[in-house]
Design a protein around this ligand. Structure first.
Ligand code: SAH
Length: 257
């Protein structure tokens, strides 16, 4: 199956691709194939270097990196780029970190493509939370512990994002919190206010699937300390402790000093 020639005919104008959180090991074969047949790759800040290295040299690259609170390419500009290249007949590959279906502004971009009548397809990727859970040897759902998993964001367009804190504060709940670094104190406060146990395990996993990946196994009460040690992207696994040996926070601070 792997040695079949790559089909380049009948490809849609725009292929939205989830690159996974960093390592080439977490890229799907479909995504890899799409990279080989693209004319232009328009990519985000969170796409790992290992993935960018897989883009053939002749393929044009456009960096539209967007930072949570920092400088960014306007979404409308990104939409315009996709439309412009799609209409020009280029095979456009829109590359996003993790899974493009999760906190990836995918609908906005698809709607821009649809508005001009261009065909598209979506190749999903591995999201940061699943790879982070694997890194700490835990699963995101467990019989008898949690029958649902929440994927929440720490902030939205209006600022810190409100969630169903009361539901999340119940014993055994598990949530993967994205974009939660700046809002960690807010999240901690809201959860405690709604009765969450201060000793609830929380693991912060930074730079998931990258050479500098590390995780901090802490509790809800020390969440903000762990987050303050992270300079890279981090996903917060609320309700999960690392199964593998984790450093204590003081060990971590020592290691950083
Ligand atoms: N589509 C991405 C999420 C984009 S939102 C996905 O499915 O993973 C951006 C947030 O995702 C970051 O603030 C962080 O919380 C998380 N994230 C993305 N890549 C990450 C990585 N390599 N390591 C840790 N967190 C990551």
């Amino acid at each position: 199956m792997f040695d079949q020639p790559i089909q380049t005919s009948n490809l849609p104008a725009v292929t939205f691709v989830g690159a996974g959180p960093g390592s080439a090991d977490h890229l799907t074969l479909g995504a890899y194939r799409a990279l080989q047949t693209a004319d232009v790759v328009i990519y985000d800040r969170l796409v790992g270097q290992e993935i960018l290295d897989l883009i053939p040299a002749h393929v044009r690259r456009i960096d539209v990196g967007k930072e949570g609170f920092g400088p960014s390419t306007e979404q409308s500009q990104i939409n315009a780029l996709l439309v412009q290249h799609g209409l020009s007949g280029d095979r456009v590959l829109r590359l996003k970190g993790g899974d493009c279906n999760i906190f990836g502004r995918l609908d906005e971009e698809i709607e821009a493509i649809e508005a001009v009548g261009l065909p598209f397809r979506v190749l999903p990727g591995l999201t940061a939370a699943t790879v982070a859970a694997a890194a700490i040897g835990q699963s995101l759902t467990r019989r008898g512990r949690n029958a649902s998993l929440r994927i929440v964001t720490g902030h939205d367009m209006a600022g810190f994002a409100e969630q169903d804190w009361r539901g999340l504060a119940r014993k055994g709940e598990v949530a993967a919190i994205y974009m939660g670094k700046k809002s960690a104190r807010f999240i901690q406060g809201r959860l405690m206010m709604h009765g969450a146990d201060a000793a609830t395990p929380v693991t912060v996993v930074e730079n998931v699937s990258r050479p500098d990946q590390r995780f901090f196994g802490v509790t809800l009460s020390t969440l903000t300390d762990a987050v303050s040690l992270c300079s890279g992207p981090a996903v917060i696994l609320f309700g999960l402790a690392p199964r593998q040996a984790a450093l204590t926070l003081s060990e971590l601070k020592e290691a950083q000093a």
